[in-house]
Design a protein around this ligand. Structure first.
Ligand code: FAD
Length: 517
């Protein structure tokens, strides 16, 4: 290994959407983070993801950067299911739309943000190996440099070398069919529009220049490898359309399949996985990039607290516990959406049945909440329906004027909102890491797919926007435990006082110094 050694708290392998988002989250939390990215620039060949779903827009809004994306995308107030468009505009969120924006633009905007936050990026080289020990990870780069980090996160895509080298299994479903995406020139005019077959969907659209066509072509058999050729495009065209339309050249050709796989574990000691490195599935439903950005937002603040020593390493286990089920559901949904596109009589009958069902408000809203990430529910035990769900972006009234909840999350710090009598809660033992806001809110509380819920008197919100505790003013039961679980033990300034309080309420001193006024 090389003599040069540069130290970081966290090294991220891969500067795609997931790696960029994670780097932003970590640097906001004061972590010394660096990205290693194989590509020499952020330029992305090809189109890939076509936009952002509601929950992703919300998490970007948490950090005050949603407008950067919205201003460059196209707002679409419907979402597709099979062959119909479902109205999405009545979901209870400020971002009640799908934002159409190609991945190359999403990555560019994220990279600009990360650049403003001064995250170092080792560009044009890749992670070629790593070795972890009890205190950190040595990370070997292809240009000979050696990095040392406390943690290494693999955001290096579906073929993740980090996942493979860590020996993390990747069980799932092999591909049954594959598609080519290509931008090509033909001498004859192709058949524009969508064509379905028993194996799946194909489509041809005119490109802006009027000369070239963008094609998504179902291949006659499962294609192998990532680098398809013009010959493969010709073969697929003939199989679907009976002609190659005088195919003469291609600007770009890529392949995707309906394979679906998920890492058995998102963590192996000091190595973690996020985004496509942790899960791959068909692109139907447009979930992958969105899932990766949200993985990053779940992991970032937890990893930061562990790096800073505020929380024990066990906090990192909650990353797998919370995000693995979300990924598993995306695998299931995208597999179902791939099947529903097939032109086969029995699937057609099922599609019609579902289409009928989705005309009614309840199933429609539930389906849309699922596909947009709004219905995510982390299991924090029994309690108010808000517990473990996303905090709505309420318009609060405070002593300093009106304030949106999401604005409070811009710094990626936890927030405690007291909606009762001002001064009802003393957060002094956590004051170094938590914002306490006394506020009023007179409106209704409506949760996606659930409907109206009773107004809580206080909520504890994690930096990723999920509610960690819901309470009233009579009892603060469970609050000290929730604060300790998520944000580490309190700062105890006077040991004797802490032990006295602990003895009085019968709990250990680390969770005892939260007192009611
Ligand atoms: C045809 C198609 C359509 C899609 N449509 C959608 C959609 O509509 N909506 C949606 O949400 N998602 C969609 N996706 C999925 C989406 O593109 C991915 O989920 C997303 O790119 C995953 O982001 P990531 O950062 O996890 O991984 P990637 O984008 O794959 O980024 C990984 C990065 O790691 C780098 N890298 C790899 N190995 C190394 C290494 N060893 N060292 C250093 N760097 C390395 C790569 O260069 C790359 O930049 C689509 C995908 C395809 C193929």
């Amino acid at each position: 290994m090389s003599q040069l050694l540069t130290e970081h708290d966290v090294v991220i392998a891969g500067g795609g959407p997931t790696g960029l988002m994670l780097a932003g989250e970590l640097v906001l939390a004061g972590v010394n983070v660096a990205i290693v990215e194989r590509r020499a620039s952020q330029n992305l060949v090809g189109l890939r993801a076509g936009g952002l779903h509601i929950r992703t827009l919300e998490v970007l809004d948490h950090r005050g950067i949603a407008d950067r994306f919205v201003s460059q995308g196209q707002v679409i107030r419907s979402a597709p299911f099979a062959r119909m468009a479902l109205n999405i505009s009545d979901l209870p969120t400020r971002h009640n739309y799908f934002l159409a924006l190609w991945q190359m633009h999403i990555e560019r905007i994220l990279a600009d943000w990360v650049g403003e936050l001064a995250v170092p990026i080792y560009r044009g080289c890749e992670v070629t190996g790593f070795a972890q020990d009890d205190t950190g990870v040595h990370v070997q780069l292809s240009d000979g440099r050696l990095l040392r980090a406390k943690y290494l996160v693999g955001c290096d895509g579906g073929r993740s070398m980090i996942r493979k080298t860590a020996g993390i299994e990747f069980p799932g479903w092999d591909a049954t069919t594959s598609w080519l995406i290509a931008e090509v020139e033909t001498t004859e005019e192709p058949a524009w529009g969508i064509r379905r077959s028993e194996k799946g969907i194909s489509a041809i659209a005119k490109l802006e220049d009027g000369k070239c066509a963008r094609m998504v072509l179902n291949e006659p058999r499962v294609g192998q490898g990532a680098e398809p050729t013009l010959h493969d495009v010709r073969e697929a065209l003939i199989a679907v359309y009976g002609t190659d339309y005088g195919l003469c050249s291609a600007n770009y050709i890529s392949r995707f399949t309906d394979a679906a796989r998920q890492a058995a574990s998102y963590r192996d000691r000091r190595v973690l996985l996020a985004g496509d490195a942790a899960h791959v599935h068909p692109p139907m439903g447009g979930q992958g990039l969105n899932l990766g950005v949200q993985d990053a937002v779940n992991l970032g603040w937890k990893l930061a607290q562990v790096v800073h020593g505020t929380s024990p390493e066990s906090l990192l286990d909650t990353y797998h516990k919370e995000r693995h089920p979300v990924g598993a559901r995306a695998l299931r949904n995208t597999m179902a959406l791939t099947a529903v596109d097939r032109d086969e009589d029995r699937i057609g009958a099922w599609r019609e049945m579902m289409t009928e069902l989705l005309q009614t408000d309840g199933p429609r809203k539930q389906y849309l909440a699922m596909m947009s990430g709004l219905d995510i529910h982390y299991d924090f035990g029994k309690g108010h329906p808000l517990l473990g769900r996303r905090m709505p972006d309420l318009d609060l009234v405070t002593a300093h004027g009106p304030l949106r909840v999401f604005t409070l999350l811009h710094d990626a710090r936890p927030v405690f909102i007291n909606l009762g009598e001002a001064g009802s809660f003393d957060m002094t033992p956590w004051a170094d890491r938590l914002q306490l806001i006394d506020a009023n809110y007179g409106g209704t509380w409506e949760l996606p797919a659930i409907g109206r819920v009773t107004a809580p008197r206080a909520v504890l919100i994690r930096p990723d926007g999920y509610v960690a505790w819901v309470g009233d003013l009579i009892t603060h039961e469970g609050l000290a435990d929730a604060l300790t679980t998520w944000f580490g033990p309190p700062v105890v300034r006077c040991e004797r006082r802490a032990y006295a309080v602990a003895a009085r309420i019968g709990s250990p001193p680390h969770s005892a110094s939260l007192e009611r006024h």
